[in-house]
Design a protein around this ligand. Structure first.
Ligand code: DX5
Length: 236
């Protein structure tokens, strides 16, 4: 285990493949209704995409979306697709995010920032883009409570899943196991009913889905369908 304190034990009861709806694809005019339907279906964890128009060519959510999801009792990961992640961390900590996920391509002081976040009682995540070698994640895995392998180029929902990223998932799953770490392995981008089993079988236990859930007529049923497929296929 890492030389820093053991990671705080949030989300322990979820230690099986879990589907995490990404609010970027939600119908914002009906967000409350959709969140309530997900809650009723047993969903406990949602992802808030934070985009600044610099790190990615798109703009999205601020801390208020984290507060909104927290008010409804969800665990929330804030996926920071911003050029200056260290600057925005206090805003999302204040908003109540449980996990803050930095991008390895943007974070300036990974060890300092992630250690500080952990000692503040939050979970620290690290993400890599499709073009970033998996060694970057394997080399930093001791600092991670969550390791995110992007399966699309970050910035937009509704893109096609990159199956070639699954070799990275397998490599990170092996590193988590070899180091006996408590770390979520997350995939994000283009996850749907056709490919979620392959991602879970490769070792992903946190599976972010946007359009596959919020594009469905019944978001609760879509969530349950994806989660049952992931849980049936998941290999730790
Ligand atoms: C993309 C975001 C994803 C996206 C997922 O940069 O990080 O969370 O919203 O949406 P789908 O599942 O539609 O690709």
């Amino acid at each position: 285990m890492s030389e820093t304190a053991a990671p705080p034990s949030s989300l322990p009861q979820l230690r099986t493949a879990t589907v995490v709806p990404s609010l970027l694809a939600a119908d914002l005019s009906r967000l409350g209704v959709q969140l309530d339907a997900l809650k009723a279906a047993g969903c406990q964890w949602v992802s808030v995409d934070v985009m600044d128009g610099h790190f990615v060519p798109n703009l999205s959510f601020g801390p208020d979306f984290v507060k909104l999801a927290k008010k409804r009792g969800f665990y929330v990961d804030a996926h920071l697709m911003v050029a200056n992640p260290e600057t925005v961390v206090p805003w999302f900590v204040e908003a109540g995010a449980d996990i803050l996920t930095f991008h390895a391509e943007a974070i300036k002081h990974a060890r300092v920032s992630m250690t500080a976040l952990r000692s503040s009682g939050k979970l620290a995540g690290l993400a890599i883009k499709p073009g970033t070698p998996v060694d970057v994640m394997v080399g930093a895995i001791q600092m991670c409570d969550l390791a995110l392998i992007m399966t699309v180029e970050p910035g937009f929902g509704g893109q096609a899943f990159k199956p070639e990223m699954l070799t990275k998932v397998q490599a990170v799953r092996a590193a988590i196991k070899a180091n006996n770490l408590e770390c979520w392995l997350q995939v994000d981008g283009g996850v749907n009913a056709a490919n979620i089993a392959s991602a879970a079988a490769a070792g992903a236990d946190s599976l972010v889905a946007g359009s596959a859930i919020f594009g469905a007529p019944d978001v609760g049923a879509a969530f349950l369908d994806l989660e049952s497929k992931a849980r049936a296929a998941f290999k730790s």
